[in-house]
Design a protein around this ligand. Structure first.
Ligand SMILES: Cc1ncc(COP(=O)(O)O)c(C=O)c1O
Length: 397
């Protein structure tokens, strides 16, 4: 067998967080232990039927959609996106120049890093963060300055703590609210205004990853960055169909913003892919133009699950608070578990109880004392999951 060294940037990356967890899950499964999987943020509920019907009809009756698509997205898809953004957030974007179709926002975020960053550049990334925000940067070999998300700061980064010399070398800043993994939301819109001001001052591309804009609870409203003055001068915003419409496996998303900021990614992608299949984009049109109560109902489901999980964990002495959005619970480990850390506890939990959680450290150093629970199993299973977590926790008291 030939022996070729793989790229340095890829070598430096650890195995993808869920690769490790899936391996443990497999081992436990082979021992016939019942598994309750609250690890990956993979929605358990099906895609709404009107979207599935649209896909079936299109793929069967409109064979021209079997051809290569237009890389930046077919016009109908782009128009539906800008109309949806206008209805939902009251923002005005040009479908011809200011929207780009993506094969899921993960793809777009990783490729955005490749379109903008050189090895000497810095990216400002939250810690903890959705892993593509830092792995995308590492894959290019660029440098990362982590902005800690601390509970005492409501899991928001403190821009005043970014050293001036780093800010001057930074090209991209990633923000993501409602947030994965902490489930934090921005309650004071001055935060968005400050982030725009900061990025304008230092000439930084502000990336707002808005994958959870539709999964919010009660009266909380998640804005688009483009609702704030001057945002179009500095920002791009990513959206995803995965969580809003339970379409994770369909691989569809978009990024929007000023033409000048968007174009490098469009150019980069034109060398790599042809965009999402046309029949998938047309199903996306059905999702955006169809009834929106599916995502409102989905939020209600996650809210109910969140309360059940949070109040259940609190009873066992876990430090965790109710949230205003996303599909996650970010739970601080009880004191007696801190010494072992999140990875060890996650491994033991799977092996001893069959409950799969994501160790906080997989999202960054500041996640080390936390666990992320994805609310992606029917509430009926929560009782069982909590019993097992409770029993496991008692061993530490
Ligand atoms: C913050 C955030 N951004 C982006 C994504 C990726 O979404 P997509 O399925 O559109 O690639 C996720 C998925 O979990 C996420 O949590």
């Amino acid at each position: 067998m030939i022996n070729i060294k793989i790229s340095k940037n890829l070598t430096k990356l650890p195995p993808y967080l869920f690769t490790k967890i899936n391996q443990l899950k497999k081992e436990v499964y082979e021992k016939n232990l019942d598994i309750i999987d609250l690890g990956m943020g993979n929605p358990d509920l099906p895609t709404p039927s009107h979207i599935v019907d649209r896909l079936c009809d299109t793929i069967k009756h409109h064979t021209n959609t079997h051809k290569y698509p237009q890389a930046k997205g077919i016009p109908k898809f782009r128009k539906s996106i800008t109309e949806w953004l206008a209805r939902r957030f009251g923002v005005d974007l040009d479908p011809e120049n200011e929207v780009l179709s993506l094969i899921g926002s993960k793809e777009g975020i990783a490729h955005l890093c490749m379109s903008y960053l050189n090895p000497d550049d810095y990216a400002l990334v939250c810690d903890p963060a959705y892993p593509v925000h830092f792995n995308g940067v590492s894959l290019v070999g660029a440098k990362i300055h982590f902005m800690p998300l601390l509970e005492k700061n409501k899991f928001l980064p403190d821009f005043t703590k970014i050293p001036e010399k780093i800010a001057k070398k930074a090209k991209i800043m990633f923000l993501n609210y409602p947030n994965n993994p902490t489930a934090a939301v921005v309650e004071d819109n001055n935060f968005w205004k400050e982030s725009i001001k900061f990025c304008k001052k230092y000439n930084i591309l502000l990336v707002s990853d808005n994958a959870y804009s539709e999964l919010t609870f009660g009266n909380y409203y998640a804005p688009s960055i483009f609702e704030f003055p001057k945002a179009k001068d500095v920002a791009l915003e990513f959206h995803s169909f995965s969580k809003t419409f339970n379409m994770a496996g369909w691989r569809l998303g978009w990024v929007c913003g000023a033409r000048k900021l968007l174009y490098p990614l469009e150019k980069f992608k034109s060398f790599l892919d042809y965009g999402a299949p046309m029949f998938i984009q047309l199903a996306g049109v059905a999702a955006l133009n169809g009834p929106q109560d599916c995502s409102q109902n989905l939020s209600k489901v996650y809210e109910k699950r969140m309360k059940k999980m949070v109040f259940g964990l609190q009873k066992f002495g876990w430090h965790v608070n109710p949230t205003k959005g996303t599909m996650y619970v970010w739970a601080k480990l009880p004191d007696k578990m801190l010494k072992e850390g999140s990875l060890k506890i996650a491994e033991k939990l799977v092996q001893e109880t069959g409950v799969v959680l994501s160790p906080g450290v997989g999202f960054g150093k500041h996640g080390e004392t936390y666990m992320r629970l994805s609310l992606v199993t029917h509430e009926k299973r929560f009782h069982d999951a909590l019993l097992r977590i409770g029993k496991f926790t008692k061993n530490y008291i």
